[in-house]
Ligand binder design. Structure first.
Ligand SMILES: [Zn+2]
Ligand SMILES: [Zn+2]
Length: 219
């Protein structure tokens, strides 16, 4: 299947494609933004996507390998790679402390060491509450310390602050969250935003009602 045939138009100006994690292609009058990069086994598809879309910048929502796996491809091709400063050490390879895979935490560091990284000079800061090509950067801590999402016109790109499943919204398993209590708090805070649609880092789009239903539970 070609990359183009797997692209799904979510709504005007927003398309997505799963490269393990969801990769989002955003267009506003201010420019084109590509969000997250998928796992490294999708590197050829990601490279084709990148050259076809030719974004003004690439945002990595957090430093986990399923979102940051091809950030090095973007950096090597000269695209600005942005992330919250708390995620820079993971992206540049100064920090290999990963919770992956759940139940086998000793696998995280070797997996991270095998992964090509973004040179520190290729990273720029995506700071909460700033504007990024027409989207507002939102801090969504808990899954990782520096995870960010994007908000525009009631649409929230939520990264791994929430997962879209058949049964509705869910949190990543506790083993995958750096602080599960903070992740739950972030989900509760999400219900305070004026939202029409939530686009998660994994799975299908969610409604605000689905977010609310999960946020009411305390596990
Ligand atoms: Zn993650
Ligand atoms: Zn993920």
């Amino acid at each position: 299947m070609t990359v183009a045939s797997r692209l799904r138009l979510v709504r005007s100006g927003v398309a997505s494609i799963p490269l393990y994690a969801n990769v989002y292609l955003l267009r506003t009058p201010q420019g084109r933004l590509l969000v997250d990069t998928g796992t490294i086994n999708h590197a050829p598809a990601f490279a084709r996507l990148l050259s076809a879309f030719d974004p003004d910048a690439v945002l990595v929502t957090h430093g986990h390998l399923d979102h940051a796996g091809n950030a090095f491809v973007a950096a090597r091709l000269g695209y600005p790679v942005l992330a919250h400063p708390l995620e820079h050490d993971r992206l540049s390879g100064r920090d290999h402390n990963l919770p992956y895979p759940a139940g086998q935490p000793w696998m995280g560091a070797p997996m991270s060491r095998m992964q090509p990284k973004v040179p520190a000079w290729g990273l720029q800061a995506a700071l909460p509450e700033t504007d990024l090509l027409g989207w507002q950067v939102i801090h969504l801590p808990g899954h990782t310390g520096g995870q960010v999402g994007l908000l525009r016109d009631g649409v929230l790109l939520a990264a791994d602050a929430v997962i879209g499943g058949l049964a509705g919204a869910n949190l990543p398993r506790e083993a995958y969250n750096s602080d599960h209590a903070v992740a739950l708090q972030t989900l509760k805070q999400m219900t305070q935003l004026e939202l029409s649609l939530v686009l998660p880092g994994h799975g299908t789009p969610l409604t605000p009602d689905q977010i609310r239903a999960r946020a009411e539970r305390d596990d």
